[in-house]
Design a protein around this ligand. Sequence first.
Ligand SMILES: [Ca+2]
Length: 196
Amino acid sequence: SALIASTEAVFPFDNQCKSPYKVNSQASLNWARHALQQNGENRSFWVDGTISGSTITFSDGSTMSVDSSLFHSNEQNGSGQCLHLWWYNNDWKLDDTTCDYNQKYLCADLPRPSSSTAHPANAQCDSGSLFQVVDQNDLERGQIVIKTNGENRSFWVDGSISGNTITFTGGSTILVYSELFQPNEPNGSGSCLHLW
Ligand SMILES: [Ca+2]
């Protein structure tokens, strides 16, 4: 899993994440819940952002309006400026809270879109490796990144498809499974793969 919890409980502003995790869509909430559940967690975690009135400001300076569907019921209730994924009623959702106590922090290692368009064979990834969609988690990570960046375009991803086999850079292979594809895909229209 690419979701990383800090190893130490920290004050929210002392997190050492390269990318603090943003809960800014239903997809990113669901992905964190799923990953935490798989890790057997039952605690609350700091996440990126501070809240003031109806605006959340993230550590990179971007903002969003409060979306109450990402919060537990009866939240946010003005109880503090910091945001955490609150483990409550056997579920994680956002809660506004005070910033003056320690708990672990959620960081994320998410894929990044390349800065320019390219033919798939010429893809130059800033991160050094092409993004591979191997399972449902990877697909959700890709979807989160695309939504987070406000994109409405398609993106090349690693791998070439032939019959029912996908071969990635480096030579590893997986069998095609249709849950990772749009309806009626793959349909044999080419050997390259994109998040469409
Ligand atoms: Ca609260």
